[in-house]
Design a protein around this ligand. Structure first.
Ligand SMILES: O=C(O)CCC(=O)C(=O)O
Length: 302
């Protein structure tokens, strides 16, 4: 008999996840050096690939340091700590200054070059068997400990409906991200359910204008485009498990446009902030959703 896996208590938007073996499991790690044929097979079967150690760890940590150093003047960091550690000050930071800096960070050459480092684009080129294209709209997020809100359950195509569905998001932890820090969680096998849901949404949206059809916020959707904030209920509904992982700096996990995922809250007690970026690649020859041709901004309605 094998011992039962145990997990820390995980919460998402006020809902506590069921950590029983029926409702929670672990992501399966893949070695990026495995043959691309076998990685493609795994990707098709799982809807995700957790590429362990794809990136040089030190480069990821250097970028973490650069990111948090830029937000230190806004009062985000605990005085006297290293930006590389990303320890939250716990006091009221200057949110206007943070918004301004975040607006600049998504435009940094250093950020662009982080997202376009060779192991990333070369991996996508092998996966797609064709030249990859990185969407200009890229998201970088930090999560403070004990914040109640976190990303609700969704699949990415909802926000990308005006282009190809052969988009594969890369989620990169910028620093170690143990389970309790609230990294990305995947609903096991849900790339099948996501495809089915999108078919149903397309039928429901058939009579809408083109603009509404491609909108994540049309009358068939929720206000956020999310399927729900209630992760435990979704796992019950699909009789599935949330898959979690102890991510490390250097990892990248990719998911299909139909794979349902979410995040849990950061529950660490030493003040360490989660930092991650999520970026989207597709074949350059496939249709691009033009709404993603601009840098992220708070009011871009995507
Ligand atoms: O990092 C998060 O909280 C959410 C990321 C996400 O939704 C994605 O990678 O598609």
């Amino acid at each position: 008999m094998t011992a039962q896996d145990t997990f820390p208590t995980l919460k998402s938007n006020g809902h506590t996840l069921d950590t029983s073996a029926r409702r929670m499991g672990r992501l399966v790690a893949s070695d990026p050096g495995t043959s691309i044929e076998s990685l493609r097979e795994q990707f098709a079967a799982q809807g995700y690939l957790w590429l362990k150690g794809l990136l040089p760890r030190e480069g990821v940590l250097r970028f973490r340091e650069r990111f948090f150093a830029s937000l230190a003047p806004a009062g985000l960091l605990k005085p006297g700590t290293s930006p590389r550690d990303g320890i939250y000050s716990g006091s009221s930071e200057d949110n206007q200054r943070i918004a301004k800096t975040m607006h600049e960070i998504v435009r940094w050459s250093a950020y662009e070059s982080f997202c376009l480092q060779e192991p990333i684009w070369m991996f996508y080129e092998r996966l797609f068997d064709g030249a990859p294209y990185l969407h200009k709209r890229k998201l970088i997020r930090y999560t403070k400990p004990q914040e109640v809100s976190s990303t609700g359950a969704h699949y990415d195509l909802v926000y990308l409906r005006a282009g190809t569905d052969r988009v594969a998001t890369g989620w990169i932890p910028i620093g170690d991200c143990p389970i309790e820090m609230g990294g990305l969680v995947y609903l096991e096998g849900s790339h099948v359910a996501g495809r089915q849901m999108e078919k149903e949404f397309s039928a429901l949206n058939a009579d809408l204008s083109r603009e509404d059809q491609i909108s994540a916020y049309n009358k068939s959707m929720s206000a956020t485009g999310w399927l729900t904030k209630d992760l435990p209920a979704l796992a019950e509904k699909w009789d599935s498990r949330w898959l979690v992982a102890d991510y490390e700096a250097g990892d990248m996990v990719i998911h299909s446009a139909y794979m349902i995922h979410a995040a849990t809250g950061n529950d660490v007690h030493d003040g360490t902030m989660r930092l991650s970026t999520d970026i989207r690649f597709q074949r350059v020859s496939d249709e691009v959703d033009a709404r993603w041709n601009n840098h992220y901004s708070m009011d871009d309605m995507l």
